[in-house]
Design a protein around this ligand. Structure first.
Ligand code: UT7
Length: 320
């Protein structure tokens, strides 16, 4: 038994922040941002619009695409770094909105790898016969923890949401998932505030800190290993892949992974120019874009991958 992606959905808040807007906020240029990251614009949540608000829109679209009803959802795994509340978790808040009571609902807090982790967990439950209609969401309002005076991070992060519905299928679906973490890198990318550690009044403590160039190097190395690990686990050659659906952090990281796989850029779903880095939302957002514009077709082989703070990273090999 496999868990098959029955439907995908995504949602982006209305407000668009361009590189030219950022030129007026920090000491940067459109040219630098495009050259060094590939980003041209990104979406930012409205005041009062929360992570669950974004996730709900994406979830409803995925549910519709899967041809099921909200009440059919019996399992929710919600990847996010920017939850609405300390608790209840975002999965529970979404469950209440969808009106699908009783099944497990939880959030997964593994930064940019949040969706891939949540997908891997949901996959196991579906395969084991313990969930029949699982909803997996990745959603973020990273703008709330972005330091808009720090040019090294303000130009990268953004808001958005993506979701998939998983259902059991005897033929094909998620072939394997591969998760990793290395806490030795905890100081390379973090937000140094929290319930137990405290919420100091000083705003700088509540924002993302990143040693960008170091994160870049480790991301390229580990994502390269992760995609090869997934192919080796299934005894597949690189040439078997139809699409790479990567985490959209930086076009140069995506290109490095593509080189490792000998994949032309035409076989990679790239949304970083329009979405920026939406952390846990980036992979399901890119997947939904590729599905809805008709590039990704049923039966094709996809490799999903993500890398984020922790560090945490992982991949999923999927027969769509
Ligand atoms: O999604 C989770 C994982 N996160 C990532 O994967 C992000 C990984 N890191 C990156 O994408 C890149 O490291 C960044 C885009 C964050 C930075 O690009 P970089 O090429 O690594 O730049 P850098 O930090 O090495 O800085 C190069 C130069 C520096 O100037 P000097 O010292 O050479 O004079 C920076 O001060 O670029 C300068 N710089 C900027 N200039 C204009 C840094 N940020 C900016 C900026 N605009 N926004």
């Amino acid at each position: 038994m496999y868990s098959r992606i029955a439907g995908t959905g995504s949602y982006l808040p209305e407000k668009i922040l361009t590189n030219f807007d950022l030129e007026r906020m920090v000491n940067t240029t459109d040219e630098w941002i495009r050259d060094r990251t590939g980003i041209e614009r990104r979406h930012i949540a409205a005041d009062g619009q929360t992570t669950v608000d974004l996730g709900e829109q994406a979830a409803r679209r995925a549910i519709e695409a899967a041809g099921v009803r909200p009440g059919d959802i019996d399992f929710i795994a919600f990847g996010t770094t920017t939850p609405d509340l300390v608790f209840p978790n975002c999965g529970v808040l979404l469950q209440e909105r969808l009106g699908c009571r009783g099944g497990p609902a939880f959030s997964v807090e593994t930064a940019c790898a949040g969706f891939v982790y949540a997908l891997a967990i949901a996959d196991k439950f579906v395969k084991a016969g313990e969930a029949r209609c699982a909803l997996v969401v990745g959603a973020e309002t990273l703008s709330r923890i972005t330091d808009w005076t720090d040019r090294s991070t303000a130009v990268i992060f953004a808001d958005g949401a993506g979701a998939v519905v998983l259902q059991p299928d005897p033929q094909a679906g998620i072939l394997s998932t591969h998760l990793h973490a290395d806490g030795a890198y905890k100081d390379m990318l973090y937000c140094g505030t929290g319930v137990s550690k405290g919420f100091p009044d000083a705003k700088p403590y509540m924002t993302v800190k990143m040693v960008g160039s170091e994160v870049f190097k480790v991301a390229v190395l580990n994502l390269g290993k992760a995609v090869e690990e997934a192919l080796t686990a299934q005894g597949l050659d690189k040439s078997a892949l139809d699409w790479l659906v990567p985490h959209q952090a930086n076009i140069r990281i995506i290109q490095a992974t593509a080189r490792r796989l000998n994949m032309p850029l035409e076989r990679i779903i790239v949304t970083v120019q329009d979405h920026g880095n939406t952390s846990a939302a980036s992979v399901p957002l890119a997947l939904d874009v590729g599905v809805r514009d008709g590039r990704i077709k049923r039966g094709e082989l996809l490799l999903l991958e993500a890398f984020g703070g922790g560090f945490t990273w992982g991949s999923a090999l999927v027969r769509y």
